[in-house]
Design a binder for this molecule. Structure first.
Ligand code: HEC
Ligand code: HEC
Length: 473
């Protein structure tokens, strides 16, 4: 716990919040709102409480983990520049020396999509206090002469998005990412004239869902957390969870049964695997994990596969020898979690309410990594605000896509660390406002319904404290 609460009215929350194991189905909320809610007020969700918006000031994220040794720090610095590298079809465009863009793509650099509030983060945007920029996908559609149409779900003031289709043309399940753009028309296209996917048709068939980038801060700690820690954490507070309708299930890897934890549906096992997939899916770069081009079309194979390799024949720095894949994953592995902003009595009270209302039953406050090869990642207690488990979130959030054990309406509890400086929320980026994001948790079939009812019964000042707490993360 941080400092003791100063407000008498919230004292019961303070005590309660410090013992999450004592949560009860009734909780202190009902009890306290009897005193707190103005008589006759039918308001819900503390109407009047507003999201303070993305926290201004310096980005509290983007640096290396504390405790890296000199060599590890060098690897971090070098691999950061690989993460920032911009790609073009054959690496021939000045300033765009990465090799292998396309034939289809959503972006041309990891850092293009993972940018807010610092490199490695989530979608950039115009409302950023740190670095206000328009969605880079708008300009990318026509960069270097490309002739793509900007799909209607990509807007200057909206989030970076990727698009997945729910079904194939024959009605069978799809779920995969469909590249927004092709290299056709680019000066470096090598004559590739692959037509852009017809998003208008798929949109009118209600067949398109979206995903926004998740931030990668602190993910080395998540990767270094043993399966048993996640299983035990999910099993904690079972009685309270079930009394509130909260279940949860870990996503697992088909072949070895171990816990997968990365991505909106916890669909991917490791940072290396995610990097390999992202390099291939987002940028079109064939690599040692995903060796095949995605949308092969005549005249579109400008480079031989693999476009990214380990340079075993070279001697040089780590980044010169290793594949880009390995550099990407080392950067993310050594990237520190976002630091919280300043605390205050309101933030402190909000933290207590976050526990008391039951948010923390899914958004687990604290986990500990296991014994790790790198001391900076070994046995570290961290605060992800996620159980990394899947929960049914109801029809309102369902995207109709299955990934591993995750069904259409199941999502990984979104980690809330760094939420204070985020611009867009929920898997498809539909919310820019925390209140909207919280309300969207409630719909038929959602495991969060009871908790959201409890949130809705908070007084305005309590709801404000909760929002202030979220913006302090
Ligand atoms: C066009 C935008 C875009 C680009 C470019 C991009 N990403 Fe992502 N990234 C996303 C989206 C969208 C997701 C969420 C995908 C999902 O779960 O469906 C994501 C998720 C991730 C995650 C999962 C993080 C977590 O919290 O579990 C990792 C890791 C990641 N990206 C790494 C990379 C790397 C490495 C690169 C460069 C090779 C890259 N990304 C390039 C959009 C992008
Ligand atoms: C049953 C588990 C569960 C409970 C209870 C729960 N959440 Fe969530 N939360 C999730 C899941 C799953 C998502 C991701 C949903 C999606 O993107 O479709 C999420 C997303 C969020 C987001 C958006 C984060 C992002 O990265 O976009 C915020 C903010 C949030 N929750 C806050 C809260 C607060 C505050 C409470 C308590 C009032 C709460 N949640 C209760 C499971 C839960």
């Amino acid at each position: 716990m941080r400092s003791a609460s100063v407000s008498v009215a919230v004292l019961s929350f303070t005590l309660f919040g410090s013992h999450p194991g004592m949560l009860t189905a009734q909780g202190p909320v009902a009890q306290s709102t009897r005193h707190q809610r103005p008589p006759g007020s039918e308001s819900s969700g503390g109407s009047g409480a507003v999201d303070p918006g993305p926290r201004p000031g310096a980005a509290n994220a983007g640096g290396a983990l504390p405790g890296l040794n000199g060599g590890e720090q060098n690897v971090f610095n070098e691999s950061l520049s690989v993460f920032m590298e911009v790609g073009s079809v054959s690496g021939t465009v000045p300033g765009e020396e990465g090799v292998g863009l396309g034939p289809t793509f959503n972006g041309n650099s990891c850092a293009q999509c993972h940018a807010q509030p610092a490199l490695g983060g989530s979608s950039p945007g115009l409302s950023s206090p740190q670095n206000p920029v328009a969605n880079p996908q708008v300009a990318l559609a026509n960069a270097n002469g490309a002739t793509n149409t900007v799909p209607p779900f990509i807007t200057a003031d909206g989030p970076v998005r990727e698009a997945r289709f729910i079904r194939n043309r024959d009605g069978s399940p799809d779920g995969g990412v469909h590249g927004l753009f092709t290299v056709a028309g680019r000066s470096d296209s090598g004559g590739c004239s692959l037509a852009q996917t017809n998003f208008a048709r798929e949109l009118s068939n209600r067949n398109v869902i979206f995903r926004i980038p998740t931030p990668t801060f602190g993910l080395g700690l998540v990767e270094a957390t043993p399966d048993a820690v996640l299983r035990d954490n999910l099993a904690n507070n079972q009685r309270v969870k079930s009394s509130l309708g909260i279940r949860g299930q870990l996503n697992t890897n088909g072949n070895d049964g171990t816990v997968t934890r990365f991505g909106w549906k916890a669909q991917n096992k490791s940072l290396l695997l995610f990097a390999g997939e992202a390099y291939n899916v987002e940028q079109g770069v064939s690599n040692e994990l995903f060796p095949n081009e995605r949308d092969v079309a005549p005249g579109c194979l400008s480079n031989g596969s693999l476009e990214d390799i380990t340079h075993m024949e070279e001697s040089g720095t780590a980044a010169q020898v290793s594949s880009d894949l390995v550099s990407f994953s080392m950067f993310m592995r050594f990237l520190a979690p976002a630091d919280p902003g300043p605390s205050s009595p309101s933030v402190q009270n909000g933290a207590n309410l976050f526990n008391a209302v039951g948010c923390a039953l899914c958004h687990t406050t604290t986990l500990t990594s296991g014994k790790a090869r790198y001391p900076a990642l070994s046995n570290v207690t961290y605060h992800p605000y996620s159980d990394f488990a899947l929960h049914h979130m109801g029809g309102g959030l369902s995207d109709g896509v299955r990934q591993g054990n995750a069904g259409p309406d199941q999502f990984r509890t979104a980690p809330l660390w760094g939420a204070g400086q985020r611009l867009f929320f929920l898997h498809d980026g539909r919310a820019t406002d925390l209140v909207q994001a919280i309300r969207a948790h409630a719909s038929q079939g959602s495991e969060a319904n009871v908790v959201i009812n409890r949130y809705n019964s908070l007084s305005s000042s309590q709801a404000q404290d909760l929002l202030n707490f979220l913006r302090s993360l």
